[in-house]
Design a protein around this ligand. Structure first.
Ligand SMILES: Nc1nc2c(c(=O)[nH]1)N[C@H]1C(S)=C(S)[C@@H](COP(=O)(O)O)O[C@H]1N2
Ligand SMILES: [Mo]
Length: 242
């Protein structure tokens, strides 16, 4: 997946603005692509919505994000990445391998067929991007916790890291990785994950903001060193959720 120079400059410019903003009122919960006043207003609005509607549910005893009914799921999911959808380069399922590294016993890479053969669950939860938009989506796949058990990951380690085909990277704390609403998504709305939403593998984290949900995941590792994140490296809050 190639990102042209103009776009890189744009991303860098946004990152600088984002860093300025993160020193202000949005220190705790900031996210991607906050580049002008209108977006800042939208972000504030989104954060307050996150606080009211989502966070209340998140801070319940079970720490579960609210689940929605089938008829509340958006017909079209909104696309987002640090570049436009028309330059997404599809991953070839015949050559794709999910690489494993770090504190994992069985590091053999996984094929798409192997991933798809795992027991699946479905969640209907709200994706929140602090750009100022959100949607209720329906995501299907095994729990990340089931996968981590299966490959013999060291579950006492502190973090799980992710690498993506487009150069994006993210990470999360082990409790989040083991959370029942953290999925390895291979389908949305009963269809194979479309290219733009991360085919063949996206990590869905219902308890965190949009940018903590890496798409086109090509490697997973388990570690005691906190993994970096693409937007956190540009000034945004690493934890961004609960
Ligand atoms: N690999 C990769 N994953 C990514 C991103 C990206 O640029 N690259 N953007 C993140 C952001 S900021 C958001 S809001 C969501 C958007 O996911 P969607 O397109 O499935 O709605 O993907 C996240 N995961
Ligand atoms: Mo986002």
């Amino acid at each position: 997946m190639s990102v042209d120079k103009g776009l890189r400059t744009e991303v860098a410019r946004r990152a600088i603005l984002g860093r300025g903003l993160s020193l202000g009122a949005l220190t705790m919960l900031t996210g991607c692509d906050i580049s002008d006043n209108k977006s800042v207003q939208a972000a504030l609005h989104s954060v307050s919505r996150w606080n009211d509607e989502v966070q209340a549910a998140l801070f319940s005893k079970q720490r579960l994000a609210k689940e929605y009914a089938a008829d509340e799921v958006a017909k079209t999911f909104r696309y987002n990445a640090y570049y436009p959808a028309n330059i997404v380069s599809p991953i070839d399922p015949t050559t794709y391998r999910l690489g494993l590294a770090g504190r994992i016993t069985d590091k053999r890479p996984w094929t798409v067929a192997q991933l798809q053969a795992m027991t699946r669950h479905t969640q209907r939860t709200r994706h929140v991007c602090v750009e100022g938009w959100s949607y209720v989506g329906e995501w299907t796949g095994p729990r990340l916790s089931e996968f981590l058990h299966r490959v013999g990951a060291d579950l006492t380690a502190k973090y799980v890291g992710f690498e993506c085909a487009d150069g994006y990277y993210e990470g999360m704390d082990m409790p989040t990785a083991l959370h029942p609403q953290t999925f390895m998504v291979m389908s949305i709305r009963d269809k194979t994950l479309p290219d733009r939403y991360g085919f063949p593998l996206k990590i869905r984290v219902a308890t965190k903001l949009g940018f903590k949900n890496p798409k086109w995941v090509t490697a997973i590792w388990v570690t005691n060193d906190r993994p970096r994140g693409f937007w956190p490296d540009r000034g945004y809050n690493w934890f961004s959720g609960i």
